[in-house]
Ligand binder design. Structure first.
Ligand code: ADP
Ligand code: NA
Length: 341
């Protein structure tokens, strides 16, 4: 029995926000802390995935570095975890090709990713052939690359958000298809679902906080300074009720703030409501801003130090790529032997 192997990735789409942190990155750091010594951990900036939508090359270059620095700043330790750019490890794309020869087209066409990235409404009145002409192969086959990302490290555990479960199911299915034809090469990876609830947008608290929203006040970036954090929380959309109660359906704005506090203070929302119930919304907002600023301080300062020294970031990235290549080389030897290459 092999030691557990953890793999997860994040796209380089700018400095991650509070939702990314509480929903994903913080869990990665916890897994790193709790892992026993034999457990291997791989965390990747999946830059090839970013190319499935149009990118400005200079901006992508910047975003890759920002994402890499953020992984280190939140507490991933390159001495313990292998942290690397996906594009620096060619085995990811090599395995993608081989997996694409067993991956089910039917399964892929049922997945929603490519539809949502095209931003077609489900019930579209658009001419279908025009829409299909805009559809790129890479966007359609993206889940096969995601399967390769996981399987090339022979990962046993994949931390994912609730919204990513569909993709892991495809990876499991594809691993099984391969194993069925060629023998038991890949472990079937298991999801480790993040316990954190989704963080909602500060401006539209019925949808999740996301980097794709145009209003920058809708999200807190991990690099925001305290003044910016206070400003954004102060203008967060709430309601006009005088008391503080937790009711995500009727009062999504206030409830989101309570939940953010609950994440950081690691105590239940009910306890927070009991404490702040008769306080003003302003007091609650001040406390939320204070806690966010407090908890992001180390990350923000660490990030600033890291990006000030790009040469050292490059060195860490090169070492990560080498370590990842060691692991993937072993997998690819087995895969090549199994398929007859
Ligand atoms: P975005 O929605 O901003 O484009 P991604 O889809 O790149 O973010 O998500 C990266 C990771 O962060 C995923 O694991 C996802 O589940 C998590 N995540 C993203 N937004 C949130 C949120 N608002 N609350 C909790 N987790 C989130
Ligand atoms: Na994503």
């Amino acid at each position: 029995n092999r030691a557990p192997t953890i793999f997860s990735g994040i796209q380089p789409t700018g400095v991650p926000h509070l939702g990314n942190y509480l929903g994903a990155l913080r869990q990665w750091v916890k897994l790193q802390q709790d892992a026993d010594p034999q457990t291997k951990l791989f965390f990747s900036i999946v830059d090839l995935h970013a190319l499935t939508v149009p990118q400005d090359p200079d901006q992508l270059r910047r975003w890759r570095t920002e994402a890499f620095a953020t992984l280190l700043a939140v507490g991933l330790d390159p001495k313990r975890s292998t942290i690397f750019y996906q594009s620096a490890v060619p085995a990811h794309t090599e395995l993608m090709w081989i997996l694409s020869t067993v991956a089910s087209m039917g399964y892929l066409s049922r997945m929603t990713q490519w539809k949502s990235k095209l931003q077609l409404p489900e019930d579209t009145t658009l001419d279908h052939s025009a829409a299909r002409a805009q559809l790129r192969l890479g966007l359609f086959s993206y889940p096969v690359l995601q399967a390769a990302d996981i399987l090339v490290h022979r990962a046993t555990h994949v931390p994912v958000g609730e919204d990513q479960k569909q993709h892991l199911e495809f990876s499991r299915y594809t691993a099984n298809s391969f194993n069925h034809i060629y023998g038991p090469i890949f472990p079937i990876p298991e999801a480790v679902i993040s316990p954190a609830k989704r963080v909602m947008s500060l401006k539209e608290p019925t949808v999740k906080m996301s980097k794709s929203h145009t209003d920058e006040r809708s999200r807190i970036l991990l690099t925001d300074d305290p003044a910016t954090i206070y400003k954004k929380v102060k203008v967060a959309l709430t309601d006009s009720e005088a008391t503080i109660t937790y009711d995500p359906v009727q009062r999504p704005g206030v409830s989101n703030l309570i939940e953010i506090l609950s994440h950081f203070e690691e105590r239940p929302c009910e306890t927070i409501v009991r404490e702040y119930g008769s306080a003003s919304l302003r007091t609650l907002k001040e406390e939320v801003a204070k806690q966010i600023a407090h908890h992001l301080r180390e990350i923000r300062e660490g990030y600033a130090a890291l990006v000030a020294n790009p040469a050292s970031l490059d060195t860490i990235a090169q070492r990560g790529a080498q370590a990842a290549q060691g692991q993937t080389g072993e997998t690819m030897q087995r895969v090549r032997a199994a398929v007859g290459l």
